[in-house]
Design a binder for this molecule. Sequence first.
Ligand SMILES: *Cc1c(COP(=O)(O)O)cnc(C)c1O
Length: 390
Amino acid sequence: MQNNKGLNTICTHVGEVEDKEFKGAISPLYMSSSYAFDDVETKRYPRYFNTPNQEALCKKVAALEHVEAGLIFGSGMAAVSTTLLAFLRAGDHVVLQNALYGGTFNLVNEEFDKYGIEYSFTNGLKPDDFESKIKKNTKVIYVETPSNPLLKITDLNAVVAIAKRHGLISMIDNTFASPVNQNPADFGIDIIIHSATKYMGGHSDICAGAVASTRENINRIFHLAKNFGGSLSDQTVWLLERSMKTMGIRVKEQNKNAQRMAEFLFDHDDIAAVYYPGLPSHPDHELAKSQMRGFGGMLSFELNEAFDASLFQKSLQLIKPSMSLAGVESTMLSPTKTSHSLMQPEERERQGIKDGLIRFSVGIEEPEDLISDINQALEKVRLTVRSTTH
Ligand SMILES: *Cc1c(COP(=O)(O)O)cnc(C)c1O
């Protein structure tokens, strides 16, 4: 199967393992942790990231991200940590954007000193915020767009230009967009990282990670990966392949639903603010349009000041409270209580993450049902505001 096929064809077919024996429709699952070693070219072993099912799924990830090669990990953080450390050594410096997934921030903040790796977080997401942090020993520039939880957009063309000018490796966490909505390699970003726990898995039942890049970069990451040992069980690799067959149709539906939810919330009198790159009112709307095919299934919003955000979330009946995101089911959470609870309050405030902010991972349910759930929860919250003001 060629890589130059359309999105849903890649999702469905690229990389599939042919069932030569029984001609079954899907990839057979190879659970062996021990393979014959007479063929010295291919020493197969799960921790060498080269079982038949791992290799198959890597091809799908690579095709989806428009690059030569991929690697599947046991978690998104295994992918992030291995990739960063494959390109950084003691004495090197990395520039990372300040609005960053909490786990990645913790990795850098809690571990990098031990390895003698220097790091700087930007003050914002404008090109100058990155360029001003670059030092003589900077080797890597690391971005994440759209960002969590405010859906801010980083300019990929600008990041690539900075990376080229200073001879840096550029890396992106492309989890929130998914390859359905954004292909950073098309803009010249070197290495693309995913928490496959999110849109690639899509059903809140898999923890996995993925990296996509040139064959040369993937080989370099692989050399560290086999020593760190963060490979994914073949059973889960197989399940992830199955999930990714529907990623295109899932995410496109989530794009549509999120746009609808964002517009509904934006027009609602009880809502103070909505953050979604698909809204013309979003400060980065034009930038998002220039580098994304769809605006994604994530948004966040604030209720009117007088309203109790916790009570609102407790009153939801269909939309679940959930730590994670990107499943086919809609979920909400308070970043200050969960994903961003470890961040200093001053830093949260600097990034514009208010206490009442609610992050909404929009699923594939009928939008009318989501709207009535939000409306009935708002009704309950409104009643308590009225009763406490008496
Ligand atoms: C969840 C997430 C990660 C980490 O992935 P895990 O699979 O939980 O290790 C990294 N980046 C982003 C943007 C995420 O949402």
